[in-house]
Design a protein. Sequence first.
Length: 450
Amino acid sequence: MKKERNILLDEAFGSVSDPRRRAVLMLSAAGLAGVALKPGPATAEKVRSQAHIVVVGAGAGGLAAASRLSSLLDGAKITLIDARKRHLYQPGFTLVGAGVKQKEYVISETAEYIPAGVEWLETRVAEIDPDGNKVVTETGQSIAYDFLVVAAGLQLEYSLIEGMDESLIGKEGIGSIYHSPEGAQATWQAMSAFADKGGRGIFLRPATEMKCAGAPLKYTFLTDDHLVRRGNRGKAEIVYNANNKVLFSVPIVSEKVRMLFRERGIRVNYERVLQSIDPGRRIATFRTPDGTEEQDYDFIHVIPPMRAPDAVRNSPLRWQDGAWADEGWMEVDKGTLRHARYPNVFGVGDIAGVPKGKTAASVKWQVPVAVEHLVADIAGKTSDALYEGYTSCPLITRLGRAMLVEFDYENNLVPSFPGVIAPLEELWVSWVMKTMALKPTYISMLRGRA
């Protein structure tokens, strides 16, 4: 595995001529955001089985799960269900929206990552019936399973914002990097136009659970930096609207961001949730504890509410009560990712209803745990593997600088490079990790090698 890792890193960074810079990049890729390359499943003896395992979703979690299962099992039937032909490298959307990368940087083909022997059904799952151990596709096909891995991601719910339409992204001063590669590029064009002349920029995050909760902060910082670099910061007001009373779920990180915002003249409103938008008047209306509040803008970065996909939200797999019930997240044990009521079902990635973990780096740690428990079940054994909530956020604070923030369920900082990279310092090497080292490691994860 070490030899394979070095080959992967050489392929990724062999074109970098400066030995010192190349060494830093390779170090970054080898351990980026907690994704240090552990011995992969190919080193383990395969378990013979005729079980049928269905994987719902071919995003990061689904592809990584299918790859690991394929490497660990001999004779099992693995069916991957997803209609999307494009695979999107979502950690790169912020970079596209900042003008650092072109949209093509985040687009590849799903087929590239599907292991030999895995059956890919290019359709969507419309219904999940865990009592009957089957899923039903939108074409009406019923597929029985012995084990189910749900990696269905989440849904962006722009329609829950009155007056907002996805076709507005890139127009009327409206941006939204979350929408798609095309939406991220259109957002960059809108943000760049704003940076050229200044005005009032409005930033926010939704009140729901969301993927990459650091992205709203990153894009605020990046817009500020573009204004500074073009000499227009004095012509602009930047306002960040937090959905609750903090800027980040980890207290020490929240305080660091608050200090940086204060230093850079970024105004913060707390307990503001976007309710509606009037593109013609360029007015955004926010819900507050005291009613509603209108904010005018020249540029606004809209991040929609996010919920579980319909197939999960309308199924018995959702949380029945508690914090994650309304949005439909899967009721899984936060340590094993096994469903609380259906032991042959696992949930990984954005769909999992756990306190942390809607990032690609979290998927890297979740998938091996869920797969290890599933394979142990097949082999008639038990596993003590646990996911402890590892989440990583390379928090960009300006072009060329980022903080490598890594934490767990208990909000403990868990740095991958203690004594080398301080998690709350704005560093070039953390920027390099985000812009160059993360993608090769991410692709290795999809292939089950990391």
